[in-house]
Write a protein that binds this ligand. Structure first.
Ligand SMILES: [Fe+2]
Length: 247
């Protein structure tokens, strides 16, 4: 596995780390990365483990139907491009403009983005009792950038609420600084050349605001879902990403 031509080594290492984090959920995933198909990672907790904040039925459908569909769509897109299966997904997404052919690039963007985003999302969650809090270093960085954890949550929630239609809100590291951003559809901050430069960065935290993530329980009340979601954020995972990717 070699860095893409225009990719700096540091960025490549960071992307490989993100991919390794995704692979950690699923024994055997690393082998799958180098042979053929991607597969649906098992959830690291039971469907009902995030209740009452995210209900079991939503988790079951979100993981077993929606995420599974992204995996299937990604594999279908890669069926005629076997060389691309050798790249870790994060690296592929960061270099999509290098993929020739809109008919291949678009499903890789939508389904590959969907697979990466959801794998990242499951790892970002934990039962409320295990949610914890940001590490000292992450808490200090959040306070330095946003003035307080509460102010950060407010600004992040506003980004999630303002995302029109389907998409994601993100906390990213960009140029050594924390930044809140959001992307439409299944785009993410790794997608250089497709997502505006202002939205790029290394994802630390991501919130799915597609209706499929909350509609069964919260209906149109996206802000209520966002408020409840903070109770099941896996701060240990977010802090670990910060430590691994921070300056
Ligand atoms: Fe989703």
């Amino acid at each position: 596995m070699k860095p893409a031509s225009h990719m700096k080594r540091r960025q490549f290492v960071q992307l490989a780390t993100l991919t390794a984090a995704g692979a950690a959920m699923q024994p055997g995933r690393a082998a799958a990365e180098t042979t053929a198909a991607h597969s649906l990672p098992a959830l690291p907790y039971a469907f009902g483990a995030l209740e009452p904040h995210i209900d079991a039925r939503t988790m079951e459908i979100h993981h077993g139907k929606h995420h599974a569909a992204y995996v299937a769509g990604l594999n279908a897109a890669l069926a005629n491009a076997p060389d691309l299966t050798k790249q870790p997904l994060a690296v592929l997404l960061a270099d999509l403009p290098a993929v020739s052919g809109e008919s291949l690039r678009t499903p890789l963007r939508n389904h590959g983005g969907g697979h990466w985003n959801h794998t990242f999302f499951w790892e970002t969650l934990a039962p409320a009792a295990d949610s914890g809090k940001p590490s000292e270093k992450l808490a200090a960085a959040i306070s330095a950038e946003f003035s307080s954890l509460d102010a950060f949550k407010k600004a992040f929630g506003e980004a999630a609420a303002k995302r029109f239609g389907s998409g994601w809100a993100w906390l990213v590291l960009a140029g050594g600084k924390l930044k809140i951003t959001s992307t439409p559809n299944q785009d993410n901050p790794l997608m250089k050349g497709l997502v505006p430069d202002a939205d790029l960065g290394t994802p630390l935290l991501g919130l799915d605001v597609w209706e499929h993530a909350y509609y069964l329980h919260y209906q149109n009340r996206r802000p209520d879902y966002v408020t409840a979601w903070w109770n099941v954020v896996n701060w240990a995972a977010v802090s670990k990403r910060f430590a691994e990717n921070g300056e």
